[in-house]
Design a protein around this ligand. Sequence first.
Ligand code: PBG
Length: 334
Amino acid sequence: MKAKPQAHFPATRMRRNRRTAWSRRMVQEHTLSTADLIWPIFLTDGTNRRVPIAAMPGVDRISVDLVAETAGEAAHLGIPVIALFPYTEEGRKTEDGREALNPDNLVCRATRAVKEAKVGIGVLCDVALDPYTNHGHDGLLKDGTILNDETLEVLVAQALVQARAGCDIIAPSDMMDGRVGAIRTALEREGFRDVQIMAYAAKYASAFYGPFREAVGSAKALKGDKRTYQMDPANGDEALREVALDIAEGADMVMVKPGLPYLDIVRRVKETFAMPTFAYQVSGEYSMIMAAVERGWLEADRAIIESLIAFKRAGADGVLTYFAPRAAKLIRNL
Ligand code: PBG
């Protein structure tokens, strides 16, 4: 929408509406609610364990026995969904990432624990092999190539294992072609009609995933980069084609990732498809803010809320963010 013609100064004084706090509140266009927040949580082995992630100050990996309590805290704060990511010990990583299919892997155990706790919160699980492969790639690797169609079969099996554990939202993050359709077909066939799919539809080959790869332990493992399957940061139109395909294949919601550097994509996706549209404020975005906060260069609370409202302004319906609990407390004045 173009700005309409308006009276010139002094008939128009933009500062009139900004003069008082009540007026600023009255004319505010966008609001951030706790319902906009999806909280990604990292899992680790053991019991009663919290392991700090050096590259993500303030974020811990937690053992499965602590997950239900954390989910309860999230629900209490009004956060609708948590997303689960595993740190897989070296010994369980293989060339084919078969730990992804283990019904007793960290993600499945944590999912069951949250669902059994009945705290009224959704569980989102990533579908991709990178936390489980010894080469750190999201798919099967052969002679230096990530195989597409062979990987689809494994991703489908992974999605079904997660659905059986009680996962509410399957989130394919692997960027293989055809994965949303393959997973949707399998979910229908196996009786999981109501399992939602949030597709990482436009996911870029980004430097901002660095701290996440430390968090799930795939950084050291990763050989090469992900540019043959994740998108080129220089491309915008291509994102719309990716999103169109995922919608046609049965995605209920779409996601753009990373977040702040890609707000133009969020806006274009929302305007083009009018779908529930999410953005992922990724690990590197979190760490950038926290690093500056630690040096005293940024005011944490204001920077966090400003970064999150930007997503709403761009058209996002919600944000996956490691700031979720802190932002929820700020929103609720806790
Ligand atoms: C796995 C996956 C990644 C992220 C979410 N799921 C990393 C990657 O693709 O290398 C990144 C999240 C973050 O950086 O916070 N496919």
